[in-house]
Design a protein around this ligand. Structure first.
Ligand code: HEC
Ligand code: HEC
Length: 217
């Protein structure tokens, strides 16, 4: 049978049309979250541990106020276990707390807490403040420990969407997270960024930098 000479041209034309159709399909903007809806859940449920405005008062419960919405959303997603799987970030309390919420509600909560004003902690240990500051600003070159400021910013405000705010957080919480990154019990950091850093830190360095960060603005 003789092929029609038109066929290849037609196919090419159809492919081109398909490509244009794909390219011009409007990208669906991700849902940004509604702080008013987030407030309802925050004040009735999360408030028990994080306070209604995200300024927790107990050091085991991190402050959420003014944290970047993208980071908050990521953590909530990772606390929630996918069907039949271990959650990416393991914490018995939060794995239970977040189970009831869907992605839109997580975005509502993230938008609400991100818009609150942080009431930061204070540094408490005068003796280690200088060492903590040095570590935060310059790292320890001799052992390839980078400066925290490189990613979390000179004032600890972080850089949305990748690097969380840490300035003003409870020293005890910071210390616990650094140790969890160090022993691998927290492993949800992209490209092992925090695990590779924490593994180079001594207990004394972790304590000093955590206390310094509590007072950082
Ligand atoms: C019973 C106490 C409790 C309640 C209620 C609670 N949380 Fe938590 N939350 C915690 C604890 C404890 C942690 C720290 C987990 C860890 O150490 O890894 C935490 C951590 C988080 C984090 C991670 C913060 C960070 O800096 O990485 C987010 C986000 C969070 N909670 C959101 C919520 C939201 C939203 C609610 C309400 C739906 C809520 N939590 C209710 C105890 C609680
Ligand atoms: C190369 C970039 C980078 C550097 C340098 C860095 N961090 Fe991080 N850090 C991250 C990222 C990314 C995350 C978020 C991990 C996630 O998504 O869960 C993070 C998370 C954290 C958290 C957890 C915050 C929370 O709310 O749970 C702490 C604490 C922390 N970093 C402390 C430090 C300290 C202290 C230093 C310096 C010794 C440091 N980081 C240096 C990238 C960095």
């Amino acid at each position: 049978m003789k092929h029609s000479p038109m066929l290849p041209t037609l196919t090419a034309a159809l492919l081109a049309v398909a490509a244009i159709a794909n390219a011009s399909e409007p990208a669906k903007a991700p849902y940004k979250g509604d702080p008013a809806k987030g407030k309802e859940i925050a004040s009735t449920v999360c408030a028990a541990c994080h306070n209604a405005d995200g300024n927790s008062v107990q050091s085991a419960n991190p402050k959420l106020a003014a944290q970047h919405a993208e980071y908050l959303f990521k953590q909530m997603q990772e606390f929630k276990a996918a069907e039949g799987k271990q959650p990416v970030r393991v914490n018995a309390v939060m794995n239970g707390m977040i189970a009831a919420y869907n992605e839109d509600q997580m975005r509502d909560l993230a938008a609400y807490f991100a818009a609150q004003t942080l009431i930061g902690e204070k540094a408490r240990n005068r003796e280690t403040i200088e060492a903590g500051q040095k570590l935060y600003r310059a790292g320890v070159m001799a052992k390839g420990l980078p400066a925290c400021a490189a990613c979390h910013g000179p004032a600890g405000a972080g850089i949305p969407a990748q690097y969380p705010r840490i300035g003003g957080q409870f020293a005890e919480y910071i210390e616990a997270q650094l140790k969890a990154f160090r022993d691998g019990t927290r492993s949800n950091d992209p490209n092992k960024m925090m695990r590779m850093i924490a593994i180079k830190m001594t207990d004394a360095e972790i304590k000093a930098v955590s206390d310094y960060i509590a007072g950082l603005r």
